[in-house]
Design a protein around this ligand. Structure first.
Ligand SMILES: NC(=O)c1ccc[n+]([C@@H]2O[C@H](COP(=O)([O-])OP(=O)(O)OC[C@H]3O[C@@H](n4cnc5c(N)ncnc54)[C@H](O)[C@@H]3O)[C@@H](O)[C@H]2O)c1
Length: 381
């Protein structure tokens, strides 16, 4: 296939590499020529690493790089079968680009966006033939992360959705189907992992080290929430939360926190700036964690209950199938168990009681129990 990637930043470069390694002819366009040069260096360096590891040989590397074309005019992607747009997260810009692309590509070329938070339906709404527009949401880093969310707009033809899922599977990825709603599957359901942990910190119940310890050691998560937010970048994590919250008409469950906003304002973005919740600059000894399993288990119970509630709610409102919800959270964000299976393991009664206890204590909408929890015993098993 001939595939065009528009936007040669972090995601565009990663997606280009994935498409290339699956044997496709790849055309990469960016409005900045420096971005094209950086993208080329990044892919060449990655291929060098793969050669050193013995995963590809020199001939394969040369052959693959021959199929990679950096283009300086959008018109040069006239003959491609699929376009994946990965420019900055700006709806007006994306709409403009899709309108322009439609006048360049053939009638049967599929037009996809890698947006994390914008409405695919809204992008599709600006073009003449919206039935071929779709969301293909890769995770960062695209060459490593196995999960890809496929998001049909309400105008997308079902056979386009099926075709796109097959193409992405041919890239060696696992696909899940998501309804075109804010945050799709992963970025919606994962919100409480961060926000409930911050809330526990703000209430003074435990410090960041203890919360991270509880969720990794007792909860089985690969990374504690504060380590993970620092890794993702507090700017990125905060803006995803804010965008899901506003796009969901200020749903209280997704409300962002001042604690994280202040870190962003201070430039404490996490690992990339040397400081976030943790300080990465100084070689200070890690703070001793008081391993109190009573508090630790309370933290796990509270955060995981909120996550299960969120997953049950997403299922209840048809955001994705139960299989795809559990797959997305285990493959996309490495959760130790699918949340619906986890809920079934705990049982509906205990999930509902945990939510009711939080609601009774705080009297906040944020803690209301999802209707979806009623059936968790049967849906998650
Ligand atoms: N970074 C992530 O973790 C992540 C994960 C999944 C999805 N996304 C989504 O992928 C998209 C790209 O994100 P990114 O992190 O790669 O951003 P980035 O800033 O690294 O790259 C964006 C690129 O788009 C280029 N660009 C801007 N305007 C353009 C135009 N008119 N035409 C062509 N190129 C243009 C920029 O020069 C830049 O190189 C966004 O929609 C984002 O929401 C990001």
């Amino acid at each position: 296939m001939k595939i065009a990637i528009i936007g040669a930043g972090t995601m565009g470069t990663g997606i280009a590499q994935v498409a290339l390694m699956a044997g496709n002819e790849v055309y990469v366009y960016d409005s900045r020529s420096e971005a094209l040069a950086q993208s080329h260096s990044k892919i060449s360096a990655d291929f060098l690493k793969l050669k050193e590891k013995g995963k590809i040989d020199i001939d394969q590397s040369v052959m693959l790089l021959d199929k990679l074309h950096y283009i300086e005019k959008l018109e040069e992607c006239a003959t491609v079968d699929l376009v994946i747009e990965a420019v900055i997260e700006n709806l007006e810009l994306k709409k403009e680009l899709f309108t322009q692309l439609e006048s360049i590509v053939s009638a049967d070329c599929i037009l996809a966006s890698n947006t994390s938070s914008l409405s695919i339906t809204s992008i599709a709404g600006t073009v003449k033939y919206p039935e071929r527009v779709i969301g293909i949401h890769f995770f960062n880093p695209a060459p490593i992360m196995k999960l890809v969310e496929i998001i049909p707009a309400i105008q997308t033809k079902p056979d386009i959705t099926n075709k796109v899922a097959e193409i992405i599977k041919s890239f060696g990825k696992v696909t899940v189907l998501a309804k075109d709603t804010p945050g799709f599957i992963v970025n919606r359901i994962a919100r409480p992992y961060y926000s409930e942990s911050i809330r526990i910190l703000e209430e003074g119940i435990a410090d960041i080290q203890t919360i991270d310890w509880a969720l990794t050691e007792l909860g089985g998560f690969k990374m504690g929430p504060f380590t993970l937010m620092d890794f993702i970048g507090n700017d990125v994590n905060y803006s995803v939360t804010e965008s899901v919250w506003t796009a969901c008409y200020y749903e209280p469950r997704y409300k962002p926190s001042f604690t994280q906003k202040r870190l962003v304002e201070a430039g404490y973005l996490g690992k990339k700036t040397g400081r976030g919740y943790y300080n990465y600059q100084e070689n200070e000894a890690p703070k001793e964690v008081k391993k109190d399993t009573v508090i630790g288990n309370e933290i796990v119970s509270r955060v995981v209950s909120m996550l299960i509630n969120e997953a049950a709610d997403a299922l209840y409102y048809g955001i994705a199938s139960k299989e795809d919800i559990d797959l997305a959270m285990t493959i996309g964000v490495n959760y130790p168990k699918g949340l619906l299976s986890w809920g079934a393991e705990w049982g509906a009664e205990s999930c509902i009681n945990n939510m009711k206890a939080l609601y009774n204590k705080y009297q906040e909408e944020r803690y209301r129990c999802s209707m979806g929890l009623q059936n968790i015993n049967s849906i998650g098993s």
